[in-house]
Ligand binder design. Structure first.
Ligand SMILES: NCc1[nH]cc(CCC(=O)O)c1CC(=O)O
Length: 334
């Protein structure tokens, strides 16, 4: 039996999906990628102006609902927190590096970037937290795929044999860009990373570093497919996702300022650390909480406890005024 896995067509998306294909394939069960073009891939304007979270996922999700594919692989951070009733996340595989990556000229780090350095990112979350750390930085709104972004870092094309070439967009006009470590690692672009930013300094987006394999909630899965998905579920990653999505869902309703949030599950303890910032970094609210989750396997109750931790931290942030911070642009790019 061969199953069809829907994916976006970007290098990152197809690399991630191939990783899932390779992990799940056995002698008896084959998987093939089906590329689905999404609105997020064809629009060239700033993501900040584009219908908010979920633009990347919509066409892909529709293909699952229509039965064009058996499942879809998403970056969890590109999914809105509210789960549509037609779909369910059947597996969250082992999570990659959750951190943000500084990709700078000349090996520079956040500490050594010169005053007024120009940093590219399309993410309000990264803008708010970077300006809170370094108010002198000049943030430049960029978008495009990973290669297009890296090509804007000064010196990359001269210093690296496998440096990206991006036709038609500016090159080398920035001192650094910020991207997710997970994507760079999966694309084998580790050489571009000059600092893996400690979450103490910058909290990633909810879901960053995790993939979500989504299937129809309305159709029963074939037994071999259900087994393959269950085998690639990671308990810790699922608990972390539940906490981060509980946080995101509560704040999506009550607060439009940029948000970072990271849950970690270790030895029965689930901890969630979250931050809401003004876009100019002038104010930040950061809160954390933890709970004990002692489980052998995932049950509805343990997932509910993880999600409740997210709701708790969201409410702590709101109680401290997160909802009063000025809104960033619509939550499009995290
Ligand atoms: N919105 C784009 C997006 N969605 C997922 C990733 C990276 C991989 C991940 O975080 O899982 C990226 C690019 C980036 O933020 O650098």
């Amino acid at each position: 039996m061969a199953y069809r896995i829907g994916t976006r067509g970007s290098a990152l998306a197809t690399t991630q999906t191939q990783w899932v294909v390779d992990a799940m394939s056995t002698d008896h069960t084959a998987f093939e990628q089906v590329i689905i073009t999404t609105q997020g891939d064809v629009t060239t304007g700033s993501l900040a102006n584009l219908g908010g979270t979920g633009v990347f996922a919509t066409a892909l999700r529709q293909a699952v609902i229509d039965g064009q594919v058996d499942m879809a692989v998403h970056s969890l951070k590109d999914l809105p927190a509210k789960q549509p009733p037609e779909l369910r996340i059947a597996a969250i595989p082992e999570r990659a590096d959750v951190r943000d990556a500084l990709c700078a000229s000349n090996g520079m780090t956040l500490d050594t970037l010169p005053p007024g350095a120009r940093i590219g990112t399309g993410s309000p979350r990264r803008v708010g937290q970077l300006l809170a750390l370094r108010p002198d930085l000049e943030l430049v709104d960029i978008r495009g795929n990973v290669h297009t972004r890296l090509a804007r870092v000064a010196g990359y094309e001269h210093h690296h044999d496998n440096a990206p070439s991006a036709k038609g967009s500016p090159k080398g006009d920035l001192d650094a860009v910020v991207l997710a470590c997970a994507g760079l690692d999966r694309l084998k672009l580790q050489w571009a990373i000059t600092e893996r930013i400690d979450p103490v300094q910058m909290l990633p987006a909810p879901g960053q570093g995790s993939l979500a394999v989504e299937v129809s909630a309305l159709k029963a899965l074939d037994a071999p497919l259900a087994t393959a998905l269950a085998d690639h579920e990671d308990l810790g990653a699922r608990l972390e996702a539940s906490a981060e999505r509980g946080l995101l869902e509560t704040l999506e309703a009550g607060c439009a300022a940029p948000l970072g949030g990271l849950a970690r599950y270790h030895n029965g303890h689930l901890t969630l650390d979250a931050i809401v910032t003004a876009m100019d970094g002038s104010s930040t609210i950061r809160r954390a909480s933890s709970t004990t989750i002692d489980v052998e396997a995932i049950t509805e109750a343990t997932l509910e406890a993880a999600s409740a931790l997210g709701v708790e931290v969201a409410n702590m942030l709101i109680a401290d005024g997160a909802d009063l911070l000025p809104a960033g642009p619509a939550r499009g790019a995290r």
